[in-house]
Write a protein that binds this ligand. Sequence first.
Ligand code: ADP
Ligand code: MG
Length: 551
Amino acid sequence: TDKLKTYEYQTEIKKILDIVIHSIYSNTDVFVRELISNASDALEKFRHIMLTEESVVDKEIPQEIRISIEKEAGNLVIEDTGVGMTREELIENLGTIAHSGTAEFLKQLQKHPGESAEIIGQFGLGFYSVFMVSDHVKVITRSYKPAAKGYVWESDGASGYTITQEEGIKRGTRIVIHLKEEKKEYLDEEKIKEIIHEYSNFVTFPILLSGKKINTIQAIWTRRPQEIKEEEYTEFYKFIANTESEPLFRLHTSSDAPIQLNALLYIPKENYEVFGLNRLDPGVHLYCNKILIQSKVKDLLPEYLRFVKGVVDSEDLPLNISRETLQDNQLVKKIGKHLTKKILSTLKDQKKEHPDKYNDFWKQFSNFIKEGANTDYENREELAELLLFESSKTKAGEWTSLEDYVSRAPEDQKEIYYLTGMSREELENSPYMETFRAADIEVFYLTNPIDDFVMTSIREYKEKNLVSADNANIKLPKKEEKNDAEGKKEEKEKVDDKEMKGFIKWLSKHLKDRISEVKVSDRLVDSPALLVNPDDMMTVHMQKILEQAGQ
Ligand code: ADP
Ligand code: MG
């Protein structure tokens, strides 16, 4: 009859099919992602058509994706109530490899500026991924066009396909996948649920698995911030970070040029990388039109921001045909640089607006920011703004910033001073502090071994050099000579020049293996002598650390 027609695949199509089935994808799970993406595209197209066309078939049926499992028959069924396909479309789209009806739809759409659609397909290959797991696929479909009839397309994915016309088919597409003997694992509802959660969780249309909606969390990152409720932000965070607690800070940003992107990023309350035992994986996932491309992307944010959680979505990602990798990693780097700046400026704003919350952040994540200060040369000015330390002008356990230090310092103070040691107590009692205290000059107290490296990496802040208080070349502003009650200058015991020269000679001789030079100094107030460090790069404390590490 003319109701059943058989079509043979041409030789080159067979070859391409073979490649799609055996070589493109690293993981057979992705056929679920591909079929759901097609269903979503079909529904999105239908949504568009509804805007302009009056008469469509089965107008009233809900727009959704339904997945069911026929255990006995060994079938997985994926169906949608989207645009469906006519006989011609079946032949063009499913009978020809690398022909994308969706790409054509997008081309048509571009002729109507102002209209946009969230469309996933583009390569015309995804459908065939189903033959990685199936030896027989039935596509039962009816187009939305009022005159269209229903058809059944069937194929084993090897020799060819048949198309039969059938009555009683509703609008949309139902795909019945008979699973290969060794792929029966896809008859397990839990397995299918996991795959959907991983790749397709944020598809716009409801996905029902055995009648239950499973994509309940929305892709809120595509919406405008003013339309999103606080609870929705929190709910999304809990989902994406797989946690019960609330986030500390959030950054929701989008841009159109030079690259389209939406990002929703969070900073957690807790640092799970305690004691360096369990190094965190990167926490940001990359999406293209709400479909997962890469989870925990490595080359996006710098490593020191691995505590940041969230999603980045860009339509402009240059996907390779498997949708598992990108053809141009430079673009990801560019997005990453942009987002890094955004994250750092968000933190800076929070520090200003919510100092208490920022203190909480610092308690948990100071080491990450310090790691950044040591490694991210490009952003070292932004990172310097985020640093907090104790100082000679804070109480024990309280922090201050470089910015506050500078605001307190006399205008003619050209340098910012710090001193490193094991504890605040040690630093307070250090002989190096005597002159600073006497001159009322603030000194940062650094007690974390990494701090020393941080200061050397940052080097300067607002054009003031960061200088270790044990440095030999420090010239403090002359302190005011104290006057006594009668207004007479206090008599200072002067050491005779000649006597001093003899003493220096004697010292140099006896300590010659351990010091490089002896100098007369007016730096000290109470202590008789001080070892100073001639090295601009390494403080005494850092040398001690390196010695201990056997360097
Ligand atoms: P792509 O999605 O990249 O275009 P596919 O191989 O996944 O490529 O699909 C090929 C074409 O088949 C699609 O472009 C679309 O025109 C059509 N198609 C596939 N699945 C459906 C569906 N569920 N409903 C309607 N059309 C579909
Ligand atoms: Mg597709």
